[in-house]
Design a protein around this ligand. Structure first.
Ligand SMILES: Cc1cc2nc3c(=O)[nH]c(=O)nc-3n(C[C@H](O)[C@H](O)[C@H](O)COP(=O)(O)OP(=O)(O)OC[C@H]3O[C@@H](n4cnc5c(N)ncnc54)[C@H](O)[C@@H]3O)c2cc1C
Length: 469
């Protein structure tokens, strides 16, 4: 099947279907928790190396794309960047942007291409240290043990909504961007979208194109132009090595990891998202939403700086493309820079009365958090975020995959997940080899395996064998 075949051919993504098999007592060399593109990429590599493993998926493989995206959703990254291991995009439109159902189908075909040992409808509820360096994974179908564990539970887990949401009057419908599907789902009236990350901007555009009155509370998210000097900016940046630059090459690595994505869209073949143009067409732009009191919304006076900041980033990216073209002596068409088509009239904080503005719905496009409380191992930082080096934690045998900027820009996206999976599976194999050597020597020499194999200080690539942890 080609990725462009219609949705009717797709397997519907069902509600969580509890696995019927009891997993209690199951042991695998590796257990992968999460059956999205990241967990499945690890599974594909493990299968290639003949490593016995199990993928536990709380719902259905790849369901995030179908269940938590709106109807008009399409990729922001071009199709050619979909590079799942051994399964690159092979459809008719590499420079296009797959829509939601096509992405789901791409993932389904990936699964079918290697038939992973996948158990759907099973949620991991606890992860603890087991005996002799193994792991105990509690699930709603019994306890599974493993020598090594890969956590692939997704970068965007828990919809995050600010507590000021509690102050909205009851008659206002509110939802998180992950619950938005289409304009018809919302009551009649104006809509306030809060947040200008990728979801907020695209949802605001979706409503705007449907003729709804939209208020948009902006933030400091940067933007990027879709095309520049004859090519998609993603193609330029890819050629410039931007997407393969490792996090260890950034002085401000932690800040980079937590930065908001640039806004742009792949809709209708791809275009810029220019909020100023939306304003000209009637969208009500505001600064950051700072408070809700007595049916009134308060916005900071930072709209101008938010728009200027986003544009400055987009122009800076164009500057770097210009510099690259000049340095390489490339023959690329010249392109005029354009002046802002709209500027805010005031820098003052604003207040908007919900009822007077006719706002009946608020869509919180305010991001996601993680919930790793089920992992009862000391690998988290003060914010509860996993600490790791390229997905390898300080706890021997425990890995993460799919984290934003796990190693490169492409980590946590279709473009970089195969490289990350390959790296992790390399570490998993090294650990297995080390453990086997230790066990073999132990058996031959009658020596405690914990004395083998070597001093980690002598070998920077050494990974502790399971028995030595
Ligand atoms: C709005 C939006 C737009 C995006 N657009 C793009 C884009 O254009 N291009 C791009 O490359 N990327 C994009 N991404 C980023 C990324 O590709 C997706 O978020 C992708 O789904 C991440 O894949 P994953 O496998 O890491 O996580 P997920 O797809 O979230 O998969 C994690 C899986 O783990 C399961 N799980 C969670 N907890 C447990 C548990 N305790 N036990 C068992 N299973 C569990 C979940 O059910 C889920 O199926 C976008 C993300 C969002 C939110």
């Amino acid at each position: 099947m080609s990725p462009s075949q219609p949705a009717a051919r797709l397997r519907a993504v069902p509600d969580p279907a509890p696995a019927t098999a009891d997993l209690d007592g199951t042991h695998r060399s590796v257990v992968v928790v999460g059956g999205g593109q990241a967990g499945l990429s690890v599974s594909r590599r493990l299968a290639q190396h003949g490593v016995d493993h199990l993928v536990l998926e709380a719902r259905t493989a790849g369901h995030e794309w179908q269940d938590r995206r709106w109807d008009s959703f399409c990729l922001v990254t071009p199709n050619w960047q979909c590079r799942l291991p051994g399964f690159p995009y092979d459809g008719p439109d590499p420079d296009g942007f797959m829509v939601r159902d096509e992405i789901t189908e791409y993932l389904q075909r990936f699964v079918a291409s290697f038939a992973p040992p996948l158990v759907e409808g099973v949620r991991a509820t606890s992860l603890r240290a087991g005996e002799e360096g193994s792991f105990r994974i509690g699930t709603d179908r019994g306890t599974v043990t493993a020598d090594q564990v890969v956590v692939a539970t997704g970068p965007y887990q828990v919809p995050r909504t600010p507590r000021m949401a509690e102050r909205l009057p009851d008659e206002v419908t509110q939802l998180h961007s992950s619950q938005y599907r289409n304009p018809e789902q919302l009551p009649a009236g104006a809509v306030l979208v809060v947040g200008t990350g990728q979801s907020g901007c695209q949802i605001a555009e979706d409503l705007h194109l449907a003729g709804r009155t939209v208020h948009l509370a902006t933030g400091t998210a940067p933007r990027v132009a879709r095309f520049y000097r004859g090519r998609d900016c993603v193609a330029w940046l890819s050629e410039m090595g931007t997407y393969t630059k490792g996090i260890d090459q950034f002085a401000d690595a932690e800040a980079v990891r937590h930065k908001t994505n640039h806004y742009v869209t792949g809709r209708d073949g791809g275009r810029d998202i220019d909020l100023r143009r939306f304003a000209l067409e009637g969208m009500q732009l505001h600064g950051r939403l700072t408070g809700i009191t007595g049916g009134r919304l308060r916005f900071a006076g930072d709209l101008r700086s938010n728009l200027d900041g986003a544009d400055a980033v987009a122009e800076g990216i164009k500057d770097s493309i210009d510099a690259y073209i000049a340095a390489q002596g490339l023959d690329a068409p010249a392109e005029e820079r354009t002046a802002p088509v709209w500027v805010p009239e005031s820098d003052e904080p604003q207040e908007v009365d919900l009822a007077a503005a006719g706002i009946t719905t608020v869509i919180w496009s305010t991001g996601y958090g993680r919930d790793d409380r089920w992992i009862e191992l000391p690998v988290f930082d003060g914010r509860g975020y996993p600490t790791h080096e390229r997905g390898v934690t300080s706890w021997p045998g425990l890995y993460f995959i799919g984290l934003p900027w796990q190693y490169t820009w492409g980590s946590g996206r279709f473009s970089g997940v195969a490289d990350d999976a390959e790296h992790l599976v390399g570490r998993i194999l090294e650990t297995r080899r080390a453990a086997r050597v230790a066990d073999g020597l132990h058996w031959l020499a009658g020596t405690p395996s914990s004395t083998f194999p070597s001093d980690p200080a002598e070998d920077p690539d050494w990974v502790a064998p399971r028995s030595a942890s």
